[in-house]
Design a protein around this ligand. Structure first.
Ligand code: G3P
Length: 223
């Protein structure tokens, strides 16, 4: 399962990259706004991200008109060959996706909330679809259930579009995504850090270090 980090904060990206865990980055206008707190130039923010990771970096168009979406997508894709263009799952977005497929510009269809939307996006050539599971949980639905449904539909028709689980809130989303065979997941930095933690690991390591001190009082390995 590919792990993307869901942020536009270059420091978070660098730190997560150092763990050797991330295969790419996803951003959206709200994440750009958060990263833009000190008024940094948008092009500088995204160019730095594109240079920092080799994997796909999702950059979102900010128009609701298909022609403008296409124009923005071309400009965003020209910033780097690992740029993937986020297009919203709307009727205008479907028009844009069809043209971007013809232009061989990879699309990550975003703001997906049911399996039929994921089917339409795949039909119009999306490389990734981003079902927002956390926002469905937020309104009392089981967001992860649509991942299974999308995977079933895609398997029925041998669809190669990748399911990129988005709007992730906790490690259980990551566990369930992996159990369901999601192709990828995009995770906020604070959740990424939680994935490796377990109190029994901490407890066991403390015991090992304590016992080692009885062998080597200064704690070193005498080699
Ligand atoms: O970036 C797309 C998605 O992961 C954002 O989800 O619900 O945390 O804003 P959310």
């Amino acid at each position: 399962m590919k792990i993307f980090i869901d942020t536009a904060d270059i420091n978070e990206i660098r730190e997560a990259n150092d763990y050797g865990l991330i295969d790419g980055v996803t951003t959206n206008p709200s994440l750009i706004m958060k990263a833009n707190k000190d008024g940094k130039n948008f092009k500088d923010i995204v160019s730095e991200i594109l240079k920092t990771v080799n994997g796909p970096v999702s950059l979102e168009v900010v128009s609701e008109d298909s022609r403008e979406m296409i124009d923005q997508a071309v400009k965003l894709h020209n910033l780097g060959n690992n740029a993937v263009i986020k297009v919203p799952m709307t009727l205008e977005g479907l028009k844009a996706m069809k043209t971007l497929k013809q232009k061989d510009i990879p699309v990550n269809t975003t703001l997906i909330f049911n399996p039929v939307q994921a089917l339409l996006a795949a039909k119009n050539g999306a490389k990734f679809v981003s079902p927002f599971v956390g926002r469905l949980d937020d309104i009392g639905e089981d967001g992860m259930s649509i991942i299974n449904q999308i995977k079933t539909i895609y398997a029925n028709y041998d669809i190669k579009t990748e399911v990129l689980v988005a709007s992730v809130r906790n490690p259980v989303h990551v566990l369930r995504a992996a159990l369901m065979g999601a192709d990828a997941i995009t995770i906020p930095y604070d959740v990424i850090k939680k994935l490796a933690l377990h109190p029994k690991t901490d407890e066991g390591l403390a015991k090992f270090m304590g016992d080692w001190k009885k062998v080597s009082p200064d704690g070193t390995l005498p080699l």
